[in-house]
Design a protein around this ligand. Structure first.
Ligand SMILES: [Zn+2]
Length: 357
């Protein structure tokens, strides 16, 4: 992650954008999950009010979605902190995994293999962006559940995004493996994929995104700046959602970042979408971990910001920024415990069950 930032003069504009996003969300119509025809995507890509069809390639043969099992009612009980921790360990053992490095490609291969074993189809969203150190190739991994019996995962059934960054910050003076800052949320997201696959009717409503390039190459700047540094992957993904029209199908987003600390406490940014924050607190209360969820006293610039401002999808950042070892050589496995991973996974699943009926 991510950097705390003071609220500056231009941030009232951001607050207005967030309010508009919430308002828009209230009027958003959920798509149906009955069929998997590609036609709705073509419709969405044209945008509202378009009078002539956009020039698009002929759609593939529509296929019918098979019946999907609802899975366990109390799905959140299936999330294992221990299994998530094993995924975290595998990421950390690669070593530093900065954007554009050979090591981050190893991280991608691990993520893809794990997702595939849980019946998720992975799209590599590659792009080149300018950074203060020259152009870098970034790769977001976008995972969609692939129900048995159909050839490819539908893209119009998703209504929630759960996301994390998997890159680690590049340091020239220390060996930084990002156990909490990068690996923790990535490993937990792989465990979430395994658990969601137990409930296919819910899984097709969730898009899992692993962002590249969350860390600044030199220093964070506001994502709205002319040459921003940091949040490369989420800026690209959010703009693509907006420009393709897919943003409209999403009701909410949940970002995870730095959730591995032994002394786990979620510190929500003060500008979190209010309804979503209330619902997350209610979920934490129901699961008897309410005391672990509170607010930070400063704003946080993290991957939720482009989703809120560019794609206008109300997105909350579940982050433990009260972490002594942030951006130090001591952000290692020894500082971590499975508990925070399990609490975050369970509260998220509880909310997805409530919000995506
Ligand atoms: Zn970081």
């Amino acid at each position: 992650m991510a950097v705390p930032f003071p609220f500056r003069a231009r941030h009232p504009a951001r607050a207005a954008l967030l309010a508009a996003a919430l308002l828009a969300a209230c009027h958003r119509q959920p798509p149906t999950a009955e069929t998997a025809s590609p036609a709705p995507e073509a419709e969405a890509a044209r945008g509202p009010g378009a009078s002539t069809p956009a020039a698009k390639p002929a759609p593939a043969t529509p296929f019918k979605m098979p019946p999907l099992a609802a899975g366990p009612a109390e799905l959140w009980k299936e999330f294992s902190g221990a299994k998530a921790f094993e995924e975290v360990r595998k990421q950390v053992e690669i070593g530093p995994r900065p954007a554009g490095s050979p090591e981050i490609e190893k991280a991608r291969a691990l993520i893809e293999r794990s997702l595939k074993s849980s019946s998720w189809q992975v799209e590599r969203q590659s792009f080149t962006d300018e950074t203060p150190r020259g152009p870098v190739i970034f790769v977001n991994l976008v995972a969609r559940y692939l129900p048995a019996g159909i050839p490819s995962a539908p893209k119009h059934t998703q209504r929630a995004i759960v996301c994390s960054h998997y890159d680690t910050k590049r340091f020239s003076t220390i060996k930084f493996v990002g156990a909490s800052d990068g690996a923790s949320s990535t490993g937990a997201l792989l465990e979430l994929a395994r658990v969601l696959a137990l409930a296919p009717a819910l899984a097709v409503q969730v898009e899992l995104v692993f962002f590249d390039g969350e860390e600044a190459i030199v220093q964070y700047t506001d994502p709205g700046d002319a040459k921003p540094d940091g949040l490369y992957g989420s800026r690209h993904y959010a703009r693509e959602l907006r420009d393709s029209g897919r943003a409209r199908q999403f009701k909410l987003g949940i970002l995870w970042d730095m959730i591995g600390d032994k002394d786990f406490n979620i510190t929500l940014p003060p500008d979190s979408p209010a309804d979503l924050a209330r619902e997350i607190f209610a979920g934490a209360e129901a699961l008897k971990v309410r005391e672990k969820f509170g607010y930070l006293d400063r704003g946080i610039l993290d991957d939720h910001v482009p989703l809120n401002t560019f794609a206008k999808i109300p997105t909350i950042d579940l982050i433990d920024f009260d972490y002594l070892y942030w951006h130090t050589a001591d952000d290692t496995l020894e500082r971590l415990a499975p508990d925070g991973l399990e609490h975050t996974g369970a509260v998220t699943l509880y909310h997805l069950r409530k919000a995506l009926k």
